[in-house]
Design a protein around this ligand. Structure first.
Ligand SMILES: [Zn+2]
Length: 190
């Protein structure tokens, strides 16, 4: 199943393979841009439908994710579970529920995100949910890039787990192979 889901990322162009220059200046053989797959609603529904499968019997009342990446995932997850979707945004650097969004005490909440690496945003969403008195029950992410190192203290499910190795520019095995290094997302010169 995970193989099949990974193929959806590849075929939609969300997971690129080659030789990439990252914004950090490091090089990598793979590049992930979740927005590329989420631009197709039927693929978003398919991926998130699988993602929420373990949460169907938990009595989830609301799904919440951090803007921007978590918005579409929360929306699709909420549709699949038949509940509502909320999102948090940063306000002066702090992750908050805005736009009149409210959680009620004891409300059962599923927290979602598109990709986690360190899990920082998800942790902040969990904190905001707790501040409101609601109950974060579990975390679901489309792509877990943490290598299993993230612990939210809640059950965590990922559609796919994917570690992407990166290399310093001056010590990159792909450079040594002579492969051209490209900046992902950069426009093709016209
Ligand atoms: Zn390189």
């Amino acid at each position: 199943m995970e193989e099949e889901l990974l193929n959806i990322f590849k075929e939609s162009g969300a997971l690129l393979e080659g030789h990439f220059l990252l914004t950090s200046g490091r090089h990598s053989g793979r590049y992930m841009q979740c927005a590329q797959v989420l631009q197709y609603p039927h693929l978003a529904a398919r991926l998130v439908g699988e993602l929420v499968r373990p949460f169907r019997d938990m009595g989830i009342e609301t799904v919440i994710g951090p803007a921007m990446g978590g918005i579409l995932v929360a929306h699709e997850a909420a549709r699949a579970l038949g509940v509502r979707a909320l999102f948090t945004e940063r306000e002066n650097g702090v992750m908050r529920l805005r736009r009149g969004f409210k959680l009620t005490p004891q409300e059962k909440v599923l927290v979602v995100e598109d990709v986690i690496t360190t899990g920082g945003s998800v942790r902040e969403v969990i904190e905001e949910v707790r501040q409101s008195g609601a109950l974060p029950l579990a975390v679901g992410v489309l792509v877990d890039r943490s290598g299993g190192r993230v612990d939210f203290g809640l059950p965590l499910t990922a559609a796919v787990e994917l570690e992407i190795a990166t290399y310093p520019a001056e010590d990159c095995p792909l450079c040594r192979q002579g492969l051209p290094c490209v900046k992902p997302g950069s426009r093709t010169p016209r």
